[in-house]
Design a protein around this ligand. Structure first.
Ligand SMILES: *Cc1c(COP(=O)(O)O)cnc(C)c1O
Length: 234
């Protein structure tokens, strides 16, 4: 169930296609199910983002605080209703900047970051939604808290008064994602958390069928990142 990114070079048409696919998958759920499509615009220029803004899309995702700071304040001047989601790992020393810029943080994965975000939110009097990131495939190099540590992390986040919206995960690459989505959905259910941030370009329809409330889509909207960043030949 991958979307064909090569068929249509027009980003607005790709967006419309993704919206249709998400709606179709969501309609198969037993109860009405709202899904937020986060257009992951990391490495993309303002010019690449412009067609999606013009089409009325307002939810965007970035994985680096600094890159987001350089790009979005200017775009927000013309579109005040943009919602920015941080989907990449966050260092505690960037908590202040992240709280100032983002409306949701999808990578809360350790108690020290919970503490840093709580301090930053108190100071700024601004409380972005938080998703606790789970290392759902127990991969060494991946961000996210181990499944066994999730109860303690959730307790810490609630004690610190973070607005916990749900869980987030990036399943292992090159294997069927559905079982990992199902596991994350079960963890969220067990802890009474409504939000599920899961599903990317290759598997977002599967994720929606399993209950994703937020899908994070980059290449299916903007095209391949590697190709897009190849410099022109001299
Ligand atoms: C880059 C990224 C995405 C988007 O991935 P695509 O495969 O381009 O859709 C989603 N989530 C996270 C955490 C990412 O870093």
């Amino acid at each position: 169930m991958t979307s064909d990114t090569s068929a249509n070079p027009d980003p607005a048409a790709r967006l419309a296609d993704a919206v249709t696919r998400i709606a179709r998958a969501a309609a198969l759920r037993p109860t009405p199910h709202a899904v937020t499509l986060i257009a992951v615009s990391k490495t993309r220029s303002a010019a690449e983002i412009a067609p999606l803004l013009a089409a009325g899309h307002r939810a965007y995702g970035e994985n680096r605080v600094q890159e987001a700071e350089s790009k979005w304040p200017a775009l927000r001047e013309s579109h005040a209703d943009i919602a920015l989601h941080l989907v990449g790992q966050l260092q505690s020393n960037k908590a202040d900047a992240a709280v100032a810029l983002f409306d949701a943080i999808h990578s809360v994965d350790r108690p020290s970051l919970v503490a840093a975000l709580a301090r930053a939110m108190d100071k700024a009097d601004r409380r972005p939604d938080c998703f606790l990131q789970v290392n759902i495939g127990a991969e060494d190099q991946k961000g996210g808290c181990p499944i066994a540590d999730l109860p303690a992390l959730l307790a810490a986040a609630r004690t610190a008064n973070l607005p916990v919206a749900g869980l987030m995960a990036v399943p292992p690459a090159d294997v069927e994602a559905a079982p990992y989505f199902a596991l994350l959905a079960k963890l969220a259910r067990d802890h009474g958390l409504p939000g599920l941030s899961m599903g990317m370009s290759q598997d977002y329809e599967t994720a929606v069928l399993i209950g994703a409330t937020h899908v994070r889509i980059g290449t299916a909207l903007f095209g391949d990142r590697a190709l897009a960043t190849v410099p022109p030949r001299p």
